[in-house]
Design a binder for this molecule. Structure first.
Ligand code: IPE
Ligand code: IPE
Ligand code: MG
Length: 265
């Protein structure tokens, strides 16, 4: 147990298993046809820890390193928007101890990374029912939003206390409020107007959704926005997810035939 634990600690510093060579994948990529918006369900932290005989909290902590690497890669590739699913409206069902770990990790991530994120021109936007998060996490988020608000190299949406259904309900309430105040005619509510009331207002829908750890479900993520998004699923757990896996997803994406219900001319 102790040896297993130590070897895990040591291996954290090393890159995870990559698919092919990163350099070759980089060469394969057409830099002009990269997705503008990528969404990731950061899943599998618990299973990653379990396979190593570690507490789940260690899996969550290890997952932060993957986030760092993927954010770095996005800025390098000049991706415009990255949306990561960090905590769902359903994740409150987990034991209080695990919820506390996740909230503390969020605060720690923001505290430690904010300067670097800011230096790289990253704008942080929390999406979800942020007002229901614990005050400590909320304070860090508010600071991050204030500091990075004018950055425009990469928009990093962090989905926290996020639910696709909750988002649709919140948008519906906002529109109904405007309508009852006489500022909006019901006939004026089209897809564009509705999108404009979502947490992701003003942003393009994701072109690519990545889900590590093999689950084939949305788990209440971006239900409206994913209507025509390309999916890429891997069995690799999020803490093992590295630049090479990300590049592989991008290469696969570039081979997709996106028709949006039409026909290829
Ligand atoms: C993702 O990893 C993190 C959150 C959902 C907050 P999990 O904790 O869901 O890991 P698994 O799915 O149990 O392996
Ligand atoms: C989705 O993962 C939520 C996040 C990654 C934040 P879950 O682990 O909560 O999803 P289910 O329960 O397997 O569907
Ligand atoms: Mg999970």
């Amino acid at each position: 147990m102790v040896r297993k634990y130590l070897s895990t600690l040591i291996s954290w510093g090393r890159p995870g298993k990559t698919v092919g060579s990163d350099a070759r994948l980089m060469q394969e990529l057409d830099r002009k046809r990269l997705p503008k918006h990528i969404a990731i369900i950061m899943d599998g932290n618990g299973r990653w820890a379990r396979t190593r005989g570690l507490p789940r909290a260690m899996g969550h902590r290890a997952g932060v390193e993957s986030l760092r690497e993927i954010v770095r890669t996005c800025t390098e590739l000049e991706i415009s928007v990255l949306t990561v699913y960090a905590f769902s409206t359903e994740n409150w069902r987990r034991p209080q101890e695990e919820v506390d770990v996740l909230m503390d990790l969020l605060s720690e991530y923001l505290r430690k990374e904010l300067d670097e994120l800011h230096r790289h021109g990253i704008q942080i936007r929390p999406i979800g029912r942020i007002q229901e998060l614990p005050p400590g996490a909320r304070d860090e988020l508010e600071r991050a939003v204030r500091v990075t608000g004018k950055n425009n190299r990469l928009i990093l949406n962090i989905a926290l206390n996020y639910g696709g259904r909750a988002e649709i309900l919140d948008a519906t309430r906002e529109l109904i409020k405007e309508a009852t105040e006489g500022k909006l005619h019901p006939d004026a509510i089209d897809e564009e107007r509705f999108s404009g009331a979502l947490y992701t207002r003003g942003l393009p829908d994701p072109d690519l959704l990545i889900r590590p750890s093999g689950e084939m479900r949305l788990s209440n993520f971006l239900l409206w926005q994913l209507a025509y998004t390309e999916f890429w699923v891997t069995d690799v757990y999020w803490p093992d997810f590295r630049r090479g896996h990300f590049l592989q997803a991008l290469v696969d994406y570039q081979g997709r035939d996106r028709r949006f219900g039409g026909l290829k001319i």
